[in-house]
Design a protein around this ligand. Structure first.
Ligand SMILES: *[C@@H]1O[C@H](CO)[C@@H](O)[C@H](O)[C@H]1NC(C)=O
Ligand SMILES: *[C@@H]1O[C@H](CO)[C@@H](O)[C@H](O)[C@H]1NC(C)=O
Ligand SMILES: *[C@@H]1O[C@H](CO)[C@@H](O)[C@H](O)[C@H]1NC(C)=O
Ligand SMILES: *[C@@H]1O[C@H](CO)[C@@H](O)[C@H](O)[C@H]1NC(C)=O
Ligand SMILES: [Zn+2]
Length: 284
C-alpha cells in the first residue's frame, strides 16, 4: 500500500466508527391520539384533518389541526401547576429536563396493592443495588401501569373512569418526595400512572411539594421495561408552551451499548496497527 492509500483506508474506518452510535435511543412516550387519557373534566383531544390529498399543483399535501389539554397522555407538569409563582413550561431551563435515569421498580408491590405509594425504603433499595442517586437525576416509578395504557378503566383502575374519587393507582408517597428534595438533587420526578399523587389522594401533597421545589413532574411515562434501572440518560422534551402549566412531552432515553462500541474501537486499533506495520515495512 502507498501512503495515500493508508490515509484513505484509515479515514474510511474513522467515518464508519464515528458514524456508529455507542448508545441506543428508547422511546418512553405513548402516542398522542384520540385514545389519549386525560384527567376527567378536560376537553377531548381534537385532531382535525385540514388537508390530506392531491393538490392542483400535482403534489400530495397533509396538514392537521390539533387541540389538546396540557395534561394528557405522556406529559410534563410544570412547577406552576400546583404552586403559585413557580416555573411555567417555557421558563423551565432545558438542562433541567435532562438527567441520569433512576427507575424505581415497584411492579410487584403495585400488583399486590393498587394504592401503593413509593417509599424512602424503595429509594434506598435502589441505592443499595446501584449507587447514590446521581445529581440532576430523572427519577421515575415503574409500577407496570404503563402496560394498561390507553384503557382508561385499567389505568384509573375503576369502572367509573370519569369519577376521580373511585381511582386506584400507585404513585409517590410525600415522605419519599421530601427525602428526595432534602437529601438528593433531582431534576424531574415521574410516574407511569396518570398522577404523581396516588389515585386516592384528595390533597395532592406530591404535586405541591414538587411545585414548591420547582421540580417538574412527568406522568404516563411509557415503555419503562425497555431501559435499565440505572445507566440511562432521560430527556423530557416538553412542548415549549408559553405560560404553560405543563404540556405534552416526547420522553426518551439513551442507553449505552457496551459491546458494539468496544468492538469498533478494537477493530480500529487493529487496522491502525496494520497500517503502522505497512509503513514500517516500506521504510525498511
Ligand atoms: C380516532 O382515530 C381513529 C384513527 O385516526 C379513527 O379511525 C377514529 O374514528 C377516531 N375516533 C374518534 C372518536 O374520533
Ligand atoms: C376541532 O377543531 C376544528 C378545527 O379548528 C374545529 O372546527 C372543531 O369545531 C373542533 N371540534 C371540537 C369538538 O371542538
Ligand atoms: C393522486 O395523484 C397520483 C398521481 O397523479 C395518483 O396516482 C393517485 O391516484 C391520486 N390520488 C388520489 C387520492 O386522487
Ligand atoms: C378495557 O379493559 C376492560 C377490563 O379488562 C375491558 O373490559 C374493556 O373491554 C377494555 N376496553 C377497551 C377499549 O379495550
Ligand atoms: Zn399533569
Amino acid at each position: 500500500m502507498r501512503p495515500h492509500t493508508h490515509v484513505l483506508f484509515v479515514s474510511v474506518l474513522l467515518r464508519i466508527c464515528g458514524g456508529s452510535l455507542d448508545f441506543k435511543v428508547v422511546d418512553l412516550t405513548h402516542d398522542h391520539s384520540n385514545t389519549t387519557i386525560y384527567w376527567p373534566g378536560n376537553p377531548e383531544y381534537n385532531f382535525t384533518i385540514l388537508a390530506r390529498g392531491n393538490t392542483t399543483g400535482g403534489y400530495w399535501y397533509e396538514s392537521n389541526y390539533i387541540g389538546t389539554a396540557e395534561h394528557g397522555g405522556t406529559h410534563l407538569d410544570s412547577p406552576a401547576h400546583f404552586y403559585k409563582d413557580r416555573l411555567r413550561t417555557h421558563n423551565i431551563p432545558i438542562e433541567n429536563l435532562v438527567g441520569p435515569g433512576v427507575i424505581i421498580n415497584v411492579k410487584n408491590k403495585a400488583a399486590e396493592k393498587a394504592d401503593y405509594q413509593v417509599s424512602i425504603d424503595d429509594l434506598k433499595q435502589w441505592e443499595s443495588m446501584y449507587k447514590q442517586i446521581p445529581e440532576k437525576s430523572i427519577v421515575i416509578m415503574n409500577s407496570g401501569w404503563h402496560e394498561r395504557y390507553p384503557n382508561a378503566s385499567l389505568v384509573f383502575n375503576t369502572d367509573s373512569p370519569t369519577d376521580s374519587s373511585t381511582f386506584h393507582f400507585p404513585a409517590w408517597h410525600e415522605k419519599a418526595i421530601e427525602w428526595l428534595i432534602s437529601e438528593r438533587s433531582v431534576n424531574v420526578v415521574g410516574v407511569d400512572t396518570p398522577s404523581t399523587d396516588f389515585g386516592q389522594s384528595k390533597t395532592f401533597p406530591v404535586h405541591i411539594l414538587l411545585g414548591q421545589a420547582n421540580i417538574p413532574g412527568a406522568e404516563n411515562v411509557a415503555n419503562l421495561d425497555a431501559i435499565p434501572e440505572a445507566g440511562s440518560i432521560i430527556f423530557v422534551a416538553v412542548t415549549k408552551i408559553y405560560d404553560g402549566s405543563g404540556g405534552p412531552a416526547r420522553i426518551f432515553a439513551t442507553v449505552p451499548i457496551k459491546d458494539t462500541s468496544s468492538g469498533c474501537s478494537h477493530g480500529l486499533s487493529f487496522v491502525l496497527l496494520m497500517c503502522a506495520l505497512c509503513i514500517f515495512i516500506q521504510i525498511f
